[in-house]
Design a protein. Sequence first.
Length: 284
Amino acid sequence: MSVETRARPVAHGDTMLPYRVVGRSAQTPDTVTLRLQPVHDAAQRFRAGQFMMLYSFGVGEIAISISGNPADDNGTLEHTIRAVGAVSAALHRTGIGGLIGVRGPYGTGWDLASAIGGDLVIVGGGVGLAPLRSAVLTALAARSDYRRIVLISGARTPGDMLFRDDQQVWSAAGSIELEQTVDRPAPDWRGRVGFVTEPLAHLTLEPGKTTALLCGPEPMMRFCAQSLLRRGIPATDIQLALERNMQCGVARCGHCQLGPLLLCRDGPVVDYAVAEPLLAVREL
Ligand SMILES: Cc1cc2nc3c(=O)[nH]c(=O)nc-3n(C[C@H](O)[C@H](O)[C@H](O)COP(=O)(O)OP(=O)(O)OC[C@H]3O[C@@H](n4cnc5c(N)ncnc54)[C@H](O)[C@@H]3O)c2cc1C
């Protein structure tokens, strides 16, 4: 799929609006899912894979994927934030009742429509599972539209695995085939040990009937994409979410430029046919 034909955002809010934290769910020691409720009437609609610009008052603003369900019609947003620097740490420690500024939604999002009638193979590593949760929830809401839904989720350790409860629920209900893998196991770990590429390599795939969604560290996505290509999956059926320095979110500042793309507008989700030749380009 070309950049031109990928779906545009369903809404484009350029104005920062205040949202209140109404829920906090610790995923790991450094990662939390915040549930945000608008303190105004203009609730935003979004597509799985889009992101918002979140502003911690007096600290700064960063791009954060939406990890919640686009079908939630009560206007709340869910974001899963890993505290790695000043802004993410400030957002991470915002308590119930605290206010966060929100702009968006921005970006392309996952193209789930092109997967209808076939298999969805979803591969995520670390905090890359955040935008993929939104894709899983969307696909599960229309479960009969897809044949298999396979989720391969990876983390450094079992304690770093995001959405473990969700994953167990989806798998126990028989809605998805789940493969979990970690770099370093704990004594009670029953999943795999190793990279996400290993279960991927053993998956039965049907080229032309398989759509892959990838999100995680760039080398992980490249290895997965190469593995899928070797198995005959066309590059246009492999979608990946690319992270670059995003500041304006509206294709003006140019910080997120990757070759001819401005990833805040033309990404973060692009297909591998578009991404592969560009991935060697360093960010500005
Ligand atoms: C489209 C898009 C979606 C994103 N979605 C999410 C999301 O859902 N959840 C989320 O937590 N983040 C997400 N990010 C990353 C986020 O925007 C910030 O880049 C990140 O949180 C760091 O911001 P900071 O200002 O806190 O840290 P900075 O001050 O920028 O960085 C502080 C230190 O942390 C390091 N660092 C920066 N990013 C990371 C990282 N990802 N992992 C480890 N170390 C890092 C830096 O190299 C630096 O040493 C997304 C980014 C993009 C572009």
